[in-house]
Every structure is written in structure tokens, then in C-alpha cells.
Design a protein around this ligand. Structure first.
Ligand code: CP
Ligand code: NVA
Length: 308
């Protein structure tokens, strides 16, 4: 089953594949906005497995596959055998015999790797503790729409070195941009967990304002990710100074954008002034999950498709 292409982390694709996907996402988006039907997934089925909550990921995958002519089935841990100890390997064998594509949101990255190793169909990581590649795919597509190529640009990551941060760092290595990271002490990037090749595309800053200096994109995420709720109280104290505010935006590049994968907590990781302000593109970013993932699903199922 090793010849099947999966999307388990950002570095699973090359720069050339991303160039194709960003162009393809634009083509699919434009066509959809013109109300022109496009059904390359006719009669095909996406299975979505959720072991954590979701609004955007479920909506964008479910709407996306339907718009491409296919259908989606939602499974969760509560009312499937997945929550009752059926081995992941067995579940992968069965689910992949009844579907054409699988999307999984779960805790450990190891679970999606084990599933993929036993799947007859492509598997997509819809968020793990370690990575969130579909979100960064949409975020970079959004950056390109607003500002053009991200190559050589600087992204400031403020806050937790979580799944989003790790994925930005992988993307920087592949697409050739820089990431300025500022986390509270004790929450620094772990390069091995982030899955980095060891290139020098990121720099750590003790002060979040310094990390934002000259950045073309400032971005952040919740202080406490799903699965880490027991640490919430300690994190609220540790992260208090890592709130993206007007001062941080003022030292960034003049035309810097602000992004947040959402859901957001105004007054914690970002002020209302910034997330609801003129530099914020969070709603485009959320919408682009739909278009970018349609390109991703088409690519995993059909490979490269010429515009038609
Ligand atoms: N950004 C994101 O993945 O949102 P959901 O948790 O709502 O899917
Ligand atoms: N880092 C957050 C992202 C949510 C979309 C989490 O894992 O909960």
C-alpha cells in the first residue's frame, strides 16, 4: 500500500506540488464562485473520523466533497467502534474498503500514521497534536491571494509552539520563507517534534514585539490546544504577555496581514482590535479551507488535472 499518496504532514508534498495545488485551488474556487458545477468526485465517498471537536474542518470537508460531486460520512469515537478499542489497523482496513478518501482529526500523529500504513485509500490529517497541514495549506493560499508569493517573506508566530506552529515551520523549509517564533519560556519549539530538516528558516525571540518587527504576516493561535485542557490554568498565566495587539502590529511591515486559524479568544491570544481590524484576513482564511481542501482531495484522488 506504499504507493498511495497521503497528506499527513506539510512536508509530505514538495514545493512543486504546492505550486500546483495553490494554482488549482484558485481555479476550483473561481469556477465555484461562477456557479459552474465540477464533479470529479462523483460517486466517491470521503470518511471523516473525528476524535476531537471541529466546526471549520468538518464543514469544509463535508461541503467540499459534496460540491465535488461526492458524499461524506462522519464517524466519531463516541458512537463507532473506534472508541471501544478496535485496533487502528483493523479500522483502516475496513474503512478504506468502503471509501475513497479518509480524513482524520485525532490526538497523536502516530494514530494517523498507523491508519495510513493500513489504508487502501489516501488519508488526510485533519489535525493532530503535532500538525495541522490543511490549515497551513489554506493560510498560505490566503497569503498568496492577498500579497502574492510567500517566498522570502517573514511570518511572526506568537504564542504556543503547537500543531500550527510546527506546520508553519515545516512550510517555511519547503516554500522558502522565514518564521520568527516567540513563545513563553518552557513552551519553545522542539525541532524534532516539529519534524524539521534542520534548515535555518526560523529564529526564536524572547520578546513577542521583537518577533513581529518587519514581519509580513503576524499569526497566533489559542494558548491551550485541544487535548491540553488540564494545563489551562498554568498556560493562562504563562502566556499573558503573548497577546497579539496593536503595538505588535505597528512594528510589523506596513502592509502586514494578521491570521488566526480560529476559534479565537479575544483578549487572550489576540485583541479584538487586531482580529476585527483592517489587517485581519481571518474570514478569508477560514473560507479558503474549503477551496484549498477541494484541490487537495482532487489531487490525492486523481493526481494532476489540467484545467477543463
Ligand atoms: N481551524 C480549525 O481547524 O477549526 P475547527 O477546529 O473548527 O475545525
Ligand atoms: N491548536 C489548536 C487548533 C484548533 C484548530 C488545537 O489543536 O486545538
Amino acid at each position: 500500500m506504499s504507493s498511495i499518496k497521503h497528506y499527513l504532514q506539510f512536508k509530505d508534498f514538495t514545493r512543486e506540488e504546492y505550486d500546483y495545488l495553490f494554482e488549482r485551488a484558485k481555479w476550483i474556487k473561481d469556477k465555484f464562485k461562477r456557479y459552474e458545477p465540477y464533479h470529479p468526485m462523483f460517486d466517491r465517498t470521503l470518511v471523516m473520523i473525528f476524535e476531537k471537536a471541529s466546526t471549520r474542518t468538518r464543514l469544509s470537508f463535508e461541503a467540499g466533497v459534496q460540491q465535488l460531486g461526492g458524499s461524506a460520512i462522519y464517524l466519531n469515537t463516541r458512537d463507532s467502534q473506534l472508541g471501544r478499542g478496535e485496533p487502528v489497523e483493523d479500522a483502516a482496513q475496513v474503512i478504506s474498503r468502503m471509501s475513497d478518501l479518509v480524513m482524520i482529526r485525532t490526538f497523536e500523529q502516530e494514530m494517523v500514521e498507523r491508519f495510513a500504513a493500513n489504508s487502501r485509500v489516501p488519508v488526510i490529517n485533519g489535525l493532530t497534536n503535532e500538525y495541522h497541514p490543511c490549515q497551513i495549506l489554506a493560510d498560505i493560499f490566503t497569503y498568496i491571494e492577498h500579497r502574492g508569493s510567500i517566498e522570502g517573506k517573514t511570518v511572526a508566530w506568537i504564542g504556543d509552539s503547537n500543531n500550527m506552529c510546527n506546520t508553519w515551520l515545516q512550510a517555511a523549509e519547503i516554500l522558502g520563507f522565514n518564521v520568527h517564533v516567540s513563545t513563553p519560556p518552557g513552551y519553545e519549539v522542539e525541532p524534532e517534534r516539529a519534524g524539521l530538516y534542520g534548515t535555518d528558516n526560523f529564529e526564536q525571540f524572547a520578546d513577542p514585539v521583537d518577533a513581529c518587527r518587519g514581519a509580513h504576516l503576524v499569526t497566533t493561535d489559542v494558548w491551550t490546544s485541544m487535548g491540553f485542557e488540564a494545563e489551562n490554568e498554568a498556560r493562562m498565566k504563562a502566556f499573558a504577555d503573548w497577546c497579539v495587539d496593536a503595538e505588535m502590529m505597528s512594528v510589523a511591515a506596513k502592509d502586514a496581514l494578521f491570521m488566526h486559524c480560529l476559534p479565537a479568544h479575544r483578549g487572550e491570544e489576540v485583541t479584538a482590535e487586531v482580529i476585527d481590524g483592517p489587517q485581519s484576513v481571518v474570514w478569508d482564511e477560514a473560507e479558503n479551507r474549503l477551496h484549498a481542501q477541494k484541490a487537495l482531495m482532487e489531487y490525492l484522488m486523481l493526481g494532476r488535472v489540467e484545467p477543463r
